[in-house]
Design a binder for this molecule. Structure first.
Ligand code: ACO
Length: 429
């Protein structure tokens, strides 16, 4: 017999179906709640609300498990290329050799952006935040490819749009970086890997033949994979909600980039380094920062600690921590900020406040340290996150579109004024 949930409201009992996911996650299906009872549920921040049934990413926050399409994040980070993972997230299976060759080829041949976009970049002030530039540029891609705006969503148009976006994001990200450094823009090189080409556009200059360092290439490949999807997080939910209005993929992902920018989400990697720099500059004991983070009258939080779903440990943080140690050793980088990070981690992990609340270092705590070691400026960190997250956003948008999900439109409990008569200006107090 299938399980049901019973809710008693005003003395009357109602039954609602219980759904069980493939990993035994349980949910009460309240989609008919309002129609049947007149009630809605209230759940600020959607802490207990499932917005969809998805077959892309499985996450068990209590046990620190993360899998893409059934494959463990540990195995994918160790053995796969970012393009294989992108294909897996978008199409549901790992590609065979032929499929991967076709995918790589298609991506490689869409890496150029329209020359007019250079003029957009020229108009940004020097020092413009790269996330602001990236979000605007990705939205503007829709104006160059109007077929993406077709709400009927022809499969060939969608395919091309997905490939174009994956191909052009690194070009736009590198252009944002070049804009702020004043260095000339580098055109993509088709004989390089996806990550290698991005490195060439970031750090190459026209007068030199840029050599891709395999240590950096491998570290970035791993970081992109670790960031590639994370089920219904803030930016992904944004992409799905915007896409649910049948907005085109470029605009939906542009909105996702904006959501990712915030310091409570992807922007935390920038905030972590800024916090560690401030600790170093001030030279005050670490304990005073911990005390501030615990003080409810102080808005300061330990950036890079805590997670909405991981209350035990963040499996990505474990992998990145090791990768950070490896990269720093291989590149011979000795970073005093890393020492502060390690000390802070130790103090926090032994503090009752953090232990009780399950506040562990998250993915952003260590990723910033690697990016810094690779010579990426702090304001580009969240752009790196966005490059990694892109296949996840696309896969989730595609799933939402294929499932013909309804437009995302939450309800509310209204707490404002009840009806009152309009008061003429001269009669107002
Ligand atoms: N420092 C100090 N206290 C914290 C921190 C922190 N970093 N994070 C949570 N807490 C405390 C809260 O004050 C709260 O305490 P209380 O129960 O006494 O009121 C308790 O821990 C639970 O925190 P919430 O804010 O309710 O947890 P929520 O799930 O809403 O927030 C979040 C999760 C936003 C990640 C939070 O932990 C945070 O702000 N962390 C710092 C920013 C950060 O690193 N963000 C990146 C997350 S990873 C990602 O998005 C890729």
């Amino acid at each position: 017999m299938s399980e049901t949930a019973r809710i008693i409201l005003e003395g009357q009992e109602y039954e609602f179906p219980v759904l069980t996911g493939s990993e035994n996650e349980k949910a009460i299906d309240i989609s008919k709640l309002r129609g049947t009872t007149g009630y809605i549920t209230l759940d600020p921040g959607f802490k207990n609300t499932g917005s969809t049934q998805s077959g892309i990413t499985y996450l068990d926050g209590e046990n620190g498990v993360l899998r893409y399409r059934g494959y463990s994040i540990e195995e994918l980070a160790e053995k796969a290329s970012f393009m294989e993972v992108a294909y897996l997230l978008i199409y549901g299976e790992l590609p065979n050799k032929e499929q991967l060759d076709y995918f790589n080829d298609s991506i490689t041949h869409h890496t150029l952006v329209h020359e007019n976009m250079k003029r957009f970049f020229e108009a940004f002030p020097l020092g413009a935040h790269p996330m602001g530039m990236l979000s605007s540029m990705v939205a503007s891609l829709s104006t160059f490819y109007p077929e993406s705006q077709n709400p009927n969503r022809d499969i060939t148009d969608i395919e091309k749009t997905m490939h174009r976006l994956i191909a052009k994001m690194p070009t736009l990200a590198a252009q944002a970086y070049k804009h702020n450094t004043g260095l000339p823009t580098m055109y993509p090189k088709n004989d390089l890997s996806y990550v290698g080409n991005f490195m060439h556009m970031m750090w190459g200059v026209p007068s030199e033949d840029y050599k891709v360092d395999p240590v950096i290439e491998s570290a970035l490949n791993k970081l992109f994979i670790l960031h590639a999807d994370h089920e219904q997080n803030c930016s992904t939910s944004t992409v799905r909600v915007v896409g649910s209005s049948q907005a085109n993929l470029y605009s939906s992902v542009s909105a996702g980039i904006a959501a990712l920018w915030g310091p409570l989400h992807g922007g935390a990697n920038q905030a972590v380094i800024e916090m560690l720099e401030a600790i170093r500059a001030e030279g005050t004991p670490l304990q005073s920062w911990i005390d501030r983070a615990k003080d409810k009258t102080d808005s300061f939080r330990l950036m890079g600690f805590g997670h909405r779903v991981y209350k035990n440990f963040d499996p990505r943080a474990r992998i990145i921590k090791k990768a950070a140690d490896d990269v720093l050793a291989q590149l011979g980088v000795n970073d005093p900020v890393l020492d502060i990070a390690k000390q802070l981690e130790e103090v926090a992990l032994n503090d009752e406040y953090f232990v009780q609340r399950g506040l562990y270092p998250n993915v952003d705590f260590y990723s910033g340290i690697i990016y810094r070691a690779l010579g990426i400026p702090t304001d580009m960190f969240t752009v790196m996150f966005a490059l990694g997250r892109l296949p996840g956003w696309i896969g989730q948008w595609k799933e939402m579109t294929e499932n013909r999900e309804p437009i995302g439109r939450p309800r509310q409990v209204y707490t404002g004024a009840t009806q009152r008569a309009f008061v003429a200006l001269n009669d107002r107090a």
